[in-house]
Design a protein around this ligand. Structure first.
Ligand code: UDP
Ligand code: MG
Length: 150
């Protein structure tokens, strides 16, 4: 499986509920490694670009309103098959359908406040990573530095 990078957001509800550490811990323990990390308040322009695929949906206004309402933690995680792996660890979009053991299945009840975002394809991941991070903000692990990475 090829190394991939994926964008993960801990959404405003997850930050406010002190779930940042849990999300990071799950991804770390799984064996993915972190290549970028920041806390930020998303502005409207970034939110509309990030969620552009949903522009025509009835929930778009609420979605943009929520994601810009308070700080989020944005991260880039890397590893073999990272995009699909993170999606499976997040659980279904609607927490009512999210399996126990997934982030949403363990921590959420509301589709609007479902704790995390994860890119849904390798191509979209590259676009989302570029929306949130400058190239210089991402770490390229050398093999020597990665000696203790699993
Ligand atoms: N969302 C919502 N109502 C819906 C569908 C989605 O509020 O009927 C929100 C939900 O928070 C979701 C986000 O919009 O995480 C983006 O939707 P998407 O279908 O891309 O789900 P995701 O990729 O986050 O699982
Ligand atoms: Mg999505």
């Amino acid at each position: 499986m090829a190394d991939e990078r994926t964008l993960v957001l801990v959404k405003p509800d997850g930050v406010q509920r002190a779930l940042v550490g849990d999300v990071i811990s799950r991804l770390e323990r799984r064996g993915l490694h972190l290549v970028g990390l920041k806390l930020l308040l998303i502005d409207r322009a970034l939110a509309e670009r990030h969620y552009a695929e949903h522009r025509e949906k009835p929930f778009f206004g609420d979605l943009v309103g929520f994601i810009t309402s308070s700080p989020v933690v944005a991260m880039v995680w890397e590893g073999p098959g990272a995009v699909a792996m993170v999606r499976s660890m997040m659980g279904a979009t609607d927490p009512a359908n999210a399996a126990p053991g997934t982030i949403r299945g363990d921590h959420a009840v509301s589709i609007g406040a479902n704790v995390v975002h994860g890119s849904d394809s390798v191509s979209r991941a590259a676009e989302e990573v570029a929306l949130f991070f400058e190239p210089g903000e991402l770490v390229e692990w050398t093999s020597a530095q990665a000696a203790w990475l699993h």
